[in-house]
Ligand binder design. Structure first.
Ligand code: AMP
Ligand code: MG
Length: 487
């Protein structure tokens, strides 16, 4: 285990030079203090979790201190926002502090979000508020615990710094970890600004550092793009299977590593609703829950366009064609597992679709339904779950099909079924109202709730004693919370 001053830096992105990022120092927060830290994320840097409680930790991640080897940089990128191209975005309030490598030889970007103004701040103040920092922290770590690829979060540092949104709030910083912070929008930036040399430099960088196995392929860049398509298909299949709605799938928020990235007004579904829109400024529902699947492909096409200097259009099109079938295969595989099935039958897709339709029409809780389905043998579980449905005849017909399907699937003990299903069906999920409770307490200076919620969500599949209140449907006030898009 390392102390804070023992981190080893190797700032590979910074070395790309000033065409890619600008040196900017963090602007310190007033009275920085630890709100919450993730032990699991600390372990990625080989850090002793106890160091999070030391004053120097809050000073480092609250913008007061810096390691001598850190090289804070604001990255430039662009991207398609809600379908329209914005020629220049960039880190407007976040800084890549540097890249640290751990004892296992993995590199981790340390990215401090809320660190003050940069040349890319446009109209913004360079700050992030406590509310949105807590949401990003909880979501990154909760997604990871569910097995959904995501950037990670080391900590949230709170402060007395006033920040003006719809009302006055307090500034905070979240320290984000990822193997890379390069987005689709990085490639778009160099493509649309017609800087072929830098674009090639960026492509080499990504290939060498993040897709080295593609070097062995006859067409390395094409192999890399294919891999990005595959990873995105798998990530989005997991979002859909677990009811995660990202909310702002602009290409500047899409990671070239295929991890969930840049959290705004995201939400996990409470009641199943295919048309759910978590972002209140998304009036047309471009990023609604079910639209995430085609938007994933749209975003990959935007990346493909930016890669046309390196890869033939036909080859790009062929690689893009992999997305939907791969998505469907991953999704169906996950949904089969959520239903407790170990084999595949042709009608399984229809079985899933029918269930979702029934859940949609009755407003059934998406997470609890699957968890309860695994609590007991199939025939018994469906009789207990029946009460949640309005269309009883419809549910009975589905239940009959399902129990017959389970019987054909094979013989296993009740205990085997429960263990297998509980291992893929979480009991605890980051519901908006749970995050809101933790935020309300934190805003009045009580960080115990955000810490407890983080703890519970770090083991979402394991029933935890005394934590029943985290495994409930939302109360009425928590059902239709308007999550502010300002952050
Ligand atoms: P986001 O919606 O958080 O993905 O941000 C979109 C763009 O706006 C990125 O370039 C951000 O860096 C920038 N941005 C968002 N909020 C702020 C802020 N408060 N100050 C400066 N830039 C911001
Ligand atoms: Mg963003």
């Amino acid at each position: 285990m390392k102390a804070l001053d023992e981190l080893t830096f190797d700032n590979r992105f910074a070395r790309l030079g000033d065409a890619f990022s600008t040196h900017v120092l963090p602007e310190p927060l007033d009275a920085p203090r630890l709100v919450v830290a993730s032990d699991a994320a600390m372990a990625l840097l080989d850090l002793d979790p106890a160091v999070a409680e030391t004053p120097v930790f809050a000073e480092l991640f609250g913008g007061h201190k810096l390691w001598a080897e850190a090289e804070p940089r604001a990255m430039v990128y662009s991207g398609h926002q809600f379908g329209g191209y914005t020629p220049q975005l960039g880190d407007g309030r976040g800084l890549l502090l540097g890249e640290v490598y751990n004892q296992a030889g993995e590199h981790w970007d340390l990215h401090l979000k809320g660190a003050g103004m940069t040349p890319y701040s446009r109209m913004g103040d360079g700050r992030a508020v406590l509310r949105s920092s807590i949401r990003e922290f909880l979501a990154s770590e909760a997604l990871h615990a569910l097995g959904i690829p995501s950037s990670r979060a080391l900590c949230v540092i709170g402060s007395d710094t006033p920040v003006w949104r719809e009302k006055q709030e307090r500034g905070a910083m979240v320290l984000r970890l990822a193997h890379s912070h390069i987005r689709f929008g990085h490639f778009e930036y160099f493509y649309y600004t017609k800087k072929p040399e830098q674009q090639a430099q960026l492509a080499e960088h990504v290939l060498n550092l993040h897709y080295p196995e593609c070097r062995e392929q006859p067409e390395p860049y094409l192999a890399m793009f294919r891999e990005i398509v595959e990873r995105n298909a798998e990530m989005i299949a997991k979002w859909q299977a677990y009811g995660f709605c990202h909310g702002v799938m602009n290409t500047d928020n899409m990671s070239i590593l295929g991890i969930t990235f840049d959290f705004g007004p995201f939400a996990f579904l409470d009641d199943f609703d295919a048309h759910f829109i978590c972002n209140h400024s998304d009036h047309e529902g471009r990023y609604s829950f079910s639209n995430q699947v085609p938007i994933g492909q749209w975003n990959l096409s935007a990346l493909a366009q930016a890669l046309t200097p390196f890869i033939s259009v036909d080859a790009l099109k062929e690689a893009l064609g992999l997305y939907l079938p791969l998505y469907q295969a991953h999704y169906l595989d996950l949904m089969r597992r959520r239903l407790g099935l170990t084999t595949a039958e042709d009608d399984d897709q229809a079985l899933v679709e029918r269930l979702l339709k029934l859940m949609q029409n009755s407003g059934v809780d998406y997470t609890l339904f699957f968890r309860r389905l695994g609590d007991e043998p199939a025939a018994l579980a469906v009789t207990r779950l029946r009460d949640d449905f309005v269309d009883l005849a419809g549910f009975d017909a589905w239940a009959e099909r399902y129990t017959a399907r389970v019987a054909r699937d094979g013989a296993y003990t009740e205990e085997q079924r429960r263990a297998r299903m509980h291992a893929v069906n979480p009991l605890y999920i980051l519901r908006n109202y749970l995050a809101q409770n933790a935020i309300t307490a934190a805003e009045s200076g009580d960080y115990s709730e955000v810490r407890r919620l983080h703890e519970v969500l770090s083991k979402p599949f394991e029933e935890q004693a005394g934590m029943e209140q985290y495994a409930q449907r939302p109360p009425d006030w928590g059902k239709h919370l308007e999550i502010s898009c300002s952050s």
